[in-house]
Design a protein around this ligand. Structure first.
Ligand code: GLU
Length: 406
């Protein structure tokens, strides 16, 4: 991440002072979340919210619940959100939140208490014009509903635009649950067009099977791609003739995991990314394609559904080998784009049809891909470097016009 920022800053000839401004998160909050557990014991969880930059608008970014989430990670993810919002031209800065907990070991009511107390503790820096959270790993519509309610109760009015990714009947947007997967599908299609590849001749391996991977796989399957493999945290499934994705998703819906699904071979997760395929979609978590496994990866195209799935060292190897990588800040920006649409709808109090949401998302993703692709040609760099150049340049131009408040 740091390497990518510096490389793009070099291309743009940014001076050290401006780099320093853009590198430094605007605000970092660490909070203690004391919770009375269902068994009567008391436990203290830790929560973070990092606001990286708000030059282009209110901060925006998800909240993840994970046992290993840490401040450095949240910091990096917050900066990614700044560049992601900028690359697709939506008027937000970047933020990210995290709560150190294992949702698999918590009851619904414990999760609710954690969410409400965390929201209360970071509430001074939240708000529709300040910082607007959204779902991320292990958080969902229900989590967002609790955040909205907690914020609203403190403010004595219902404030739906304080958070996105809400349920439809609480000010959510049509198309939001599918938006990240849809963006992945659109970026994949646009990348293949530049290579003269056709969906019906293209095989895909997806790491993950959740909101990004599962829905991304479904939309790719509907477009005619052959999806060979999906995974979850316990293992992966493989079918050389292509998986029946609707059936796999119905299985997951019912059983919460891939284990036991019959129409596929079951394999361990190690090696899944190395399966012979045309397109690889890492849609799980950070640091999955590394210098350790990159030499065994066979895909010609990588579409990053997750944030930060490829390390900088692995990226260099892929670039030298001519593998086309559609970078995370572009490929998975469909989610935050429809979050923006949700925020706009909440503020208008007027809700759009799914067709309108999807066609505006389509337009944003196609235009953004085109801009990144043109920038890549102009500077003779990878799509990743181009996305950073474009994103950083937009933030810098706003910074120069706004000037420094002192
Ligand atoms: N957590 C998602 C992301 O990483 C969505 C963020 C949002 O919608 O604000 O892009």
């Amino acid at each position: 991440m740091a390497e990518r920022f510096e490389a793009a800053a070099d291309h743009l000839g940014l001076d050290p002072g401006v780099r320093d401004v853009l590198r430094t998160p605007d605000r970092e909050l660490t909070v203690a979340i004391p919770i009375s557990m269902d068994d009567g014991s008391l436990r203290v969880f830790k929560g973070y919210r990092v606001q990286h930059n708000f030059l282009r608008g209110p901060c925006k970014g998800g909240i993840r619940f994970a046992p290993d989430v840490h401040l450095d990670e949240v910091r990096a993810l917050a900066a990614w959100m700044t560049w992601k919002c900028s690359v697709v031209g939506i008027p937000f800065g970047g933020a990210k939140g995290g709560v150190v907990c294992n949702p698999r070991e918590l009851s619904i009511s414990e999760l609710e208490r954690i969410t409400r107390r965390y929201t209360t503790s970071i509430m001074d820096i939240l708000g529709p014009d300040r910082d607007v959270p959204a779902p991320d790993m292990n958080t969902n519509e229900q989590t967002m509903a609790w955040i909205m309610d907690t914020y609203s109760m403190h403010h004595r009015r219902t404030s739906t635009a304080v958070v996105t990714g809400k349920p439809l009947n609480l000010g959510g947007s049509r198309g939001r649950p599918e938006a990240t997967g849809r963006g992945v599908m659109i970026s994949c299609r646009e990348a293949l067009k530049t290579l003269g590849m056709r969906p019906e001749d293209t095989s895909v391996v997806v790491q993950g099977s959740g909101n990004v991977g599962g829905i991304g796989a479904l939309l790719l399957h509907r477009e005619g791609y052959k999806v060979l493999s999906l995974s979850d945290i316990y293992g992966s499934i493989y079918n050389e003739d292509g998986l029946d994705i609707p059936a796999v998703l119905a299985w997951i819906q019912k059983h919460r995991r891939l284990d036991g699904y019959e129409e596929a071979e079951h394999l361990p997760n190690e090696g899944q990314l190395e399966i012979e395929c045309d397109v690889l979609v890492p849609a799980a978590t950070e640091n999955q394609i590394t210098s350790e496994n990159v030499d065994r990866i066979k895909a010609r195209v990588i579409v990053e559904g997750a944030n930060g799935p490829t390390t900088a060292a692995a990226d260099k190897v892929l670039e030298d080998r001519g593998v086309v990588v559609v970078p995370d800040i572009l490929a998975n920006a469909g989610g935050v784009t429809v979050s923006y649409f949700e925020w706009v709808q909440d503020r208008m109090g007027y809700f759009w049809t799914e067709e309108i949401v999807n066609s505006r998302l389509e337009q944003t993703m196609v235009n953004s891909f085109e801009e990144v692709h043109t920038t890549a040609k102009k500077y003779d760099v990878s799509l990743r470097s181009a996305a950073y150049i474009l994103a950083i340049d937009r933030v810098v131009s706003v910074y120069r016009m706004r000037g420094i408040f002192a």
